[in-house]
Design a protein around this ligand. Structure first.
Ligand code: BG6
Length: 518
């Protein structure tokens, strides 16, 4: 979030080059950076995986991934392709690492004149993180040393590692992973990526909160009744059943993305927009979220799993019917949680998080509901429509924007009041919304960690979800599947939030119009 920095020359090494993330996100993001002339002049990309392939075969394979870019051009592709390389190797095996990878890295650093700056990207199955990181260390590839030095940055080579989620499977494995990373890389060189932090609207949340003076005085228990954060997806598990079966919605979305969004939404004002100051406040906030006892889990969390249904008019089979999931699977495809933050600012304010696959609409949004006016002098003047408390909705995706509900007077004789909405559409700003991965990759090349999580945030987030995961593990649910694909999730989730009103689902809401319908 600092002023734009210049990316350093570097070699980007992607472990897991034949994987799904490389295909869907990483190569397209790098192509996008190349198209927008954001890649440094001296920059190479090396894909590594076990599949045997030459550089040219890798280029042929990746081209269709880049052609999906609406602004694809053959010229840019040619320029980009020259930087793309591939090395088949078993990166988990030290001999293969030393014999195949180390010399190739050296040659490419020379060819692209990148010095010894290397950005390692771990896009592999989590079980492979340990051996790969240890092999990077054991091969003597980390020359930066344990002390990060900001003096004469151009002259000092750096090595950084970008770590994809999942950051472990539970608290113990996350702590272990962090220890392994810490043996090879300095904390300052570890970039734990969370693509939600790279989303424009999430970054705008920081600006919205801390560049405007009018919201911050209201941003506390005195004015806010409750907050909802929703990340609903219409897709099922697609072809990721094998991965998802071991993950589930709590690990896949809540432990990572939604808790981080919550931290950005609720942290105290950082001293500056520098990475260190943002990390300090987000960590402090995550550490203030109440860690419940396992036995309390049913009061704070709801799990769901989709059964057969219809999404957007198309039939979708039940989660348990996926060829890669168990017929009696206990994996949750939906989670709703109530969280409390034990600090002065938020004491007593409930935060409701929910996420699900196979839901009615794709929607990521934050809804902040304010307390009603303390002395309602206009009570009984709203006709049939009850006056609603002020509500701020931040649409993270789609229809990126912010709207604020307030009560207004209908023109004319008498005092007829109605709920109205002030609407800001992010598209008004023009400009090209940068894909989260492109943004974050560029930040990593620049050495800007402000949108990456540190190890303490990751561990704090695990501490919050572990009691619920343990409870679920020890108490299998008898009622799964408990929501139909294409619905808004299980009924229990409505009960969880009931004391504070319903979940805000878009149906029945008139957005982008002046007045809400009566
Ligand atoms: C990923 C999860 O991290 O985020 C996926 O592993 C999920 O299961 C995805 O679909 C959602 O991301 P987005 O950007 O589409 O909201």
């Amino acid at each position: 979030m600092s002023a734009p920095l210049k990316p350093d020359r570097c070699l980007i090494v992607i472990f897991g080059a034949s994987g799904d993330l490389t295909k869907r996100k990483l190569v397209p993001a790098l192509y996008d950076l190349c198209r927008n002339r954001h890649l440094p002049k001296r920059c190479g990309v090396l894909g590594v995986s076990r599949t045997a392939m030459t550089d040219d075969e890798f280029r042929q394979r990746t081209k269709p991934w880049c052609e999906k870019d609406p602004a694809f051009s053959e010229d840019t592709w040619q320029h980009f392709a020259q930087r793309l390389h591939y090395q088949p190797a078993d990166a988990t095996d030290l001999t293969s690492f030393k014999q195949q990878l180390v010399p190739r890295l050296g040659a490419l650093c020379k060819e692209h004149q990148t010095g010894d700056n290397v950005l390692y990207y771990l896009s592999v199955a989590p079980g492979l993180y340990d051996p790969i990181v240890m092999n990077i260390g054991a091969s003597g590839l980390v020359t930066e040393g344990k002390r990060w030095c900001s003096i004469n940055r151009d002259a000092l080579p750096w090595q950084r590692v970008v770590v994809e989620k999942p950051f472990g499977h539970d608290l113990d494995s996350a702590e272990h992973l962090n220890r392994v990373l810490g043996r090879v890389f300095d904390e300052e060189s570890v970039y734990n990526i969370d693509h939600y932090l790279g989303k424009e609207t999430v970054q705008n949340l920081l600006v919205f909160r801390f560049a405007n003076a009018i919201f911050e005085p209201l941003w506390n228990r005195n004015y806010i009744d409750h907050v909802q954060i929703t990340a609903a997806e219409t897709v099922g598990v697609e072809d990721r059943g094998a991965f998802y079966e071991k993950a589930g919605a709590m690990r896949d979305m809540i432990q990572s993305h939604l808790l981080q969004v919550l931290a950005v939404l609720t942290m105290d004002t950082p001293n500056s927009s520098r990475a260190h100051d943002l990390r300090v406040e987000q960590r402090k906030l995550l550490e203030a979220i109440r860690v419940i006892d396992e036995a309390q889990a049913p009061l704070f969390a709801v799990r769901g799993q989709y059964g057969a249904g219809e999404v957007n008019g198309e039939p979708l089979a039940a989660y348990r019917d996926d060829p890669n999931t168990a017929a009696d699977s206990q994996t949750e495809t939906y989670t709703a949680m109530k969280l409390l933050i034990d600090n002065w600012r938020w004491h007593g304010v409930p935060f409701f998080l929910r996420t699900g696959k196979a839901m009615r609409r794709k929607l990521t949004q934050i809804v902040v509901t304010f307390r009603p006016a303390p002395h309602p002098i206009f009570a009984n003047m709203c006709g049939d429509e009850a006056p609603q408390p002020n509500r701020l909705v931040i649409n993270v995706q789609p229809d990126e924007g912010i709207n604020l509900r307030f009560i207004g007077k209908v023109p004319g004789q008498g005092t007829d009041l109605r709920n109205a909405v002030m609407d800001f559409d992010y598209a008004q700003f023009g400009g090209e919304v940068q894909e989260a991965y492109a943004h974050l990759l560029l930040d990593a090349m620049c050495g800007d960690r402000s949108l990456f999580k540190d190890r303490f945030e990751i561990e704090a987030a695990w501490r919050i979800v572990m009691p619920v995961l343990n409870y679920w593990n020890n108490h299998p649910a008898a009622d799964l599947p408990n929501y139909a694909a294409g619905s808004w999730g299980p009924a229990e989730a409505d009960e969880l939030i009931a004391p504070h009103g319903p979940w805000r689902n878009p149906e029945g809401e008139v957005s982008r119009s002046k007045y809400l319908q009566r």
